[in-house]
Every structure is written in structure tokens, then in C-alpha cells.
Write a protein that binds this ligand. Structure first.
Ligand code: CP
Length: 352
């Protein structure tokens, strides 16, 4: 996508609402606005899942995130476009990376942020999720970022609030901003996503990251292979078109990207899908012994948090070809892009 120099002296994707050029925006002629819609702004006022985004929208978010990275590399990492906007972080499950990076992303764009967790909210007193959402809505936030253990929770509240809702991970369903930051990290490394082989290893059945990543990489023209204990691979069609390979060495042989996942113990209940963590690590853990099967240029990824010694050895987590911390850095840029795209006037015109 072509770039132009925006209001804050940075290169931004052309037709970016925040860094609008003269003759565009709320007072722009209808023809200009219509053209903008055709250019691929987001169709929805929410970010609920990768399943709702098409290839153009994903590319547009990634291009916007690249411009946001320029801000993050400045000595003063703050610009004013979202001054006066309010973002509520509603996290009903633990989080380090996602919660912090949504909060930092908001602050970098000068939005006000407030947050609440399950244990400190009135949910513990018996309030329903919908009542909680309606009460938050009454305080007029612009965006609600929500993580919840129940698949579908952000979709549910999006029907009851006029604020935009961003899904920060819902049960075993989706984690769209994680997939977008993963795409950005891989695209940054290889210069493209098309034609790459992506291997995702671990608890595919319970991982919302796996679900969003399979959808996202496939939409962008990559081929996805999933690997793990048979008890953690969902039956077709729930692998969403990914190739299933139960042998780790075969699964990584042609991979450009090898991504390990955490076992989602909190979602297993009393189930024990493998005999012991030691056995899991021996069969499916990424360790130095696997290096001989990897392509030299392959990169190692993990959404975090890592259980070192289980899904990945410390040597692999900290290897030179590990991009795990780059994923975290890109998380802030992607979340800035999402806020920016949701809060531009142009976006509202498109969704109204
Ligand atoms: N990747 C991820 O969602 O990490 P957190 O659980 O720490 O947010």
C-alpha cells in the first residue's frame, strides 16, 4: 500500500483515517468517502475474530501497525490523535502481554484507559456479564477490550453496547490481536506471508491462538500444519483446513515458522491428554535435538507465557532465530493500529 506523510511526521498507509489528508474525512465529499470504503477500511466496528476479517482488512491492519512502529521507535513515544477517547480493559482471565500492550497502545495514542479484573469487579457479587457491560456502557467508553474464559463473551456484549469491542481472547475460540501480531512478525521477517509453511505445535484443541493463527495465516496465503498429541488435535473440520501431522520431526521439516503453544491446563479440567509433562516434552517439546530437522532460516515463535522445559527448552526460547520478544513488541503496534482504525471518524461513517 502506498504511504504518505501524516500529521505527526510519520509515514502512514495511504487513506489512513487518523492522518487524514485535506479533502478527506467527515466533511469530505461523498465520492471521497465512498472511495475510501472501496479502499478496504474495516467493515465492522468491532474486532471479534479473524473469521470476520478478509485479506484486504488484515493487510490494512498490518500496514497501519507498521506506521505505528515508527512512533514506538521515537524518543518520545506518544502522539495525540486519540486524546479524549476512553478505553476500558475488561480482563476476566489473567494476562501479562495482552493487557499491558493494549494499555500501552492506548497511552501511546493519548487515549485514557481504565481497567477492571474479574476478582475486583461486581461479577463476584453475582452481576451478569450483560449487566456489567451495560453499566460500563453507561459511562460512555469508546472501546471495550475484553478477555473472558467463555467462548463468545465479547460477541455477546458487542450486541449490548455501542462502544467498539475488541476480543482479547475468548475461551478456546479466538485471540485475533495475537494472530495479527504473529502475522506482522512473520511478514516483517520474511517480507511476505504468501507461500510460507507455518507449523503450530501443542494443544491445538484448546488454544484460541491456534484457531486465530490458522485462520489468519491461511487467509494470507500461507500453509499451516498442526502437530501435537492426537488427544489435543480436534477432529476435522475443526482444524480449519490445516494439515495434521502427529510426528514432530515430520511436522517441522519444511517449516519456515515453528510455533509452540502452552498446554491450556485451565481448560482441561480433570482431563489428562498425555501421561506426564516429561513425556510431552520428550515427544512434542522444541529442544536442541530438533535443530537438525529444522530449516536453517526457520524462526521460532511462542505467544507466551512459555513453560520452559515443557513445550520449549530454554535454549530454543532464547535462540538467535527466536522472535518471541519481537512478537511482544509488535503486539503494541498492532493494538495501536486496531484502536486507530476503530476510532477514526471515517471508520464510524463506514459502519453506520
Ligand atoms: N499471548 C497472550 O495472550 O499472553 P497473555 O496471556 O500474557 O496476555
Amino acid at each position: 500500500m502506498a504511504n504518505s506523510t501524516g500529521s505527526f511526521g510519520i509515514k502512514v498507509p495511504k487513506r489512513h483515517g487518523l492522518f487524514r489528508q485535506e479533502g478527506q474525512g467527515r466533511n469530505a465529499p461523498c465520492a471521497a468517502r465512498a472511495k475510501r470504503t472501496e479502499m478496504g477500511q474495516l467493515r465492522s466496528g468491532h474486532i471479534l475474530g479473524i473469521s470476520q476479517l478478509d485479506q484486504d482488512e488484515i493487510s490494512f491492519i498490518l500496514d497501519t501497525a507498521v506506521s505505528m512502529k515508527e512512533i514506538l521507535e521515537r524518543p518520545i513515544k506518544k502522539v495525540p490523535p486519540l486524546r479524549g477517547k476512553t478505553i476500558v480493559n475488561l480482563f476476566f482471565e489473567p494476562s501479562t502481554r495482552t493487557k499491558l500492550s493494549f494499555e500501552l497502545a492506548a497511552k501511546r495514542l493519548s487515549a485514557d484507559t481504565v481497567g477492571i479484573s474479574a476478582s475486583t469487579s461486581s461479577v463476584v457479587k453475582g452481576e451478569t456479564l450483560i449487566d456489567t457491560a451495560r453499566n460500563i456502557e453507561a459511562m460512555k467508553p469508546d472501546i471495550i477490550v475484553m478477555r473472558h474464559s467463555m467462548s463468545g463473551a465479547p460477541y455477546l456484549i458487542s450486541r449490548y453496547v455501542s462502544a467498539s469491542v475488541i476480543n482479547a481472547g475468548d475461551g478456546t475460540n479466538e485471540h485475533p490481536s495475537q494472530a495479527l501480531l504473529d502475522l506482522l512478525t512473520v511478514r516483517e521477517h520474511f517480507g511476505t506471508l504468501e507461500g510460507l509453511n507455518i507449523t503450530i505445535i501443542g494443544d491445538i484443541a484448546h488454544s484460541r491462538v491456534a484457531h486465530s493463527d490458522i485462520l489468519a495465516f491461511t487467509k494470507m496465503g500461507a500453509r499451516v500444519t498442526v502437530c501435537g498429541p492426537a488427544t489435543m488435535i480436534p477432529p476435522e473440520p475443526d482444524v480449519l483446513g490445516a494439515r495434521v501431522c502427529l510426528d514432530l520431526r515430520d511436522a517441522v521439516r519444511d517449516a519456515d515458522v515453528v510455533m509452540a503453544l502452552r498446554i491450556q491446563k485451565e481448560r482441561l479440567g480433570k482431563l489428562s491428554p498425555f501421561p506426564s509433562e516429561r513425556e510431552y516434552a520428550r515427544e512434542f517439546g522444541l529442544s536442541a535435538a530438533l535443530k537438525t530437522y529444522l530449516k536453517k532460516e526457520a524462526i521460532i515463535m511462542h505467544p507466551g507465557p512459555i513453560n520452559r522445559g515443557v513445550e520449549m527448552s530454554p535454549e530454543m526460547a532464547d535462540a538467535v532465530n527466536s522472535v518471541i520478544l519481537k512478537q511482544v513488541t509488535n503486539g503494541v503496534a498492532v493494538r495501536m493500529a486496531l484502536f486507530a482504525l476503530l476510532l477514526t471518524e471515517v471508520q464510524k461513517e463506514v459502519t453506520e
